[in-house]
Design a protein around this ligand. Structure first.
Ligand code: CP
Ligand code: NVA
Length: 302
């Protein structure tokens, strides 16, 4: 099994399915109020170089529920922000804590941190990937649809970290994925190529309606991710038409579910009525960050 959780493409299907099984078990225990202290006395260090609501709260609460403790460390208040090398941070943290969760810009930095740390490192979002979120998304689909297999998934919007992680998931699990992005905003070519080599069933298009047609799961994310704030205006123009709205929902399967990792810009990538509407499962999706990440931490750190 892997030491770290950095990208879904590093993991095999069986190990990821075991994480879903443990998620189900831990979620049931938590709902019944049963103690499940799989990480009693252990500590997670959480390094943040970008903002967060869900990731910070769900990891911190998750460690507490597992009988452990979490430390919030932001770049502005640690020596990382003053340029201490990541390899030194990793070596020092390894002497204090039992696992690290990091949210930062570069995937390479997270990989370097993992190489230099003796303890598990979990990717809490980079510019390249957001693997914990896609695990929570898939678990939410299982809860609503009984299984995530044999369903068609549609991504509309930016070819960003979320889209890249969905491509990895489609390659590992073999489900059908259609991705509609504006020209020039396609997913990362390395990710696309690797998925192609693995025989993934993915359609890339610039036509949102084509991608949505008959799909069971509709998913989107903000047009400008963290770090791209200065491109907001330009992206608003480029992404016109790449919105999950009632026309897109009408083109999808009548039983479709609508997902968004949140935070959302209502009126841009998704309309208010869709996010509040009967197909939306966005708040179950947000909740499942907690349950899935507890299973990931228990798998790596117990
Ligand atoms: N979806 C997600 O990662 O949310 P936060 O940015 O609030 O952590
Ligand atoms: N793509 C978004 C996801 C936020 C959870 C970002 O990187 O800002």
């Amino acid at each position: 099994m892997n030491k770290d959780f950095l990208a879904l493409s590093d993991w095999n299907r069986e190990d990821l399915e075991r994480i879903f099984d443990l998620t189900r078990e831990l979620k049931a225990k938590q709902k019944r109020g049963e103690e499940h202290h799989l990480l009693k006395g252990k500590t997670l260090g959480m390094l943040f170089e970008k903002s967060s609501t869900r990731t910070r709260v769900s990891f911190e609460v998750g460690m507490y529920q597992l009988g452990g403790h979490a430390l919030f460390l932001s770049s502005g208040t640690t020596q990382m922000g003053r340029g201490e090398p990541i390899k030194d941070t990793g070596r020092v943290m390894s002497r204090y804590v039992d696992g690290i969760m990091i949210r930062t810009f570069s995937q390479e930095a997270v990989e370097e941190l993992a190489r230099c740390s003796d303890i598990p490192v979990i990717n809490g979002l980079t510019d390249m990937y957001h693997p914990c979120q896609v695990m929570a998304d898939l678990f939410t689909v299982i809860e609503h649809k009984g299984s995530f297999r044999d369903l068609s998934y549609c991504w509309i919007g930016d070819g960003n970290n979320m889209a890249n992680s969905w491509i990895n998931a489609a390659a590992v699990f073999g489900f059908e994925l259609r991705i509609a992005t504006p020209k020039g905003y396609e997913p990362h070519p390395t990710v696309v190529e690797r998925a192609q080599k693995l025989g993934a069933n993915i359609l890339y298009t610039n036509d949102p309606l084509k991608a949505a047609k008959g799909a069971m799961v509709l998913n989107t994310d903000v047009w400008a991710s963290m770090g791209q704030e200065q491109e907001q205006k330009e992206r608003e123009k480029a992404f016109v038409g790449f919105q999950i709205n009632n026309d897109i929902v009408a083109a999808a399967d009548p039983q479709c579910v609508v997902m968004h990792c949140l935070p959302a810009h209502r009126g841009e990538e998704i309309t208010d009525d869709v996010i509040e509407g009967p197909h939306s499962i966005v708040f179950d999706e947000a909740e499942n960050r907690l349950h899935v990440q507890k299973a990931i931490m228990a798998t790596l750190m117990a």
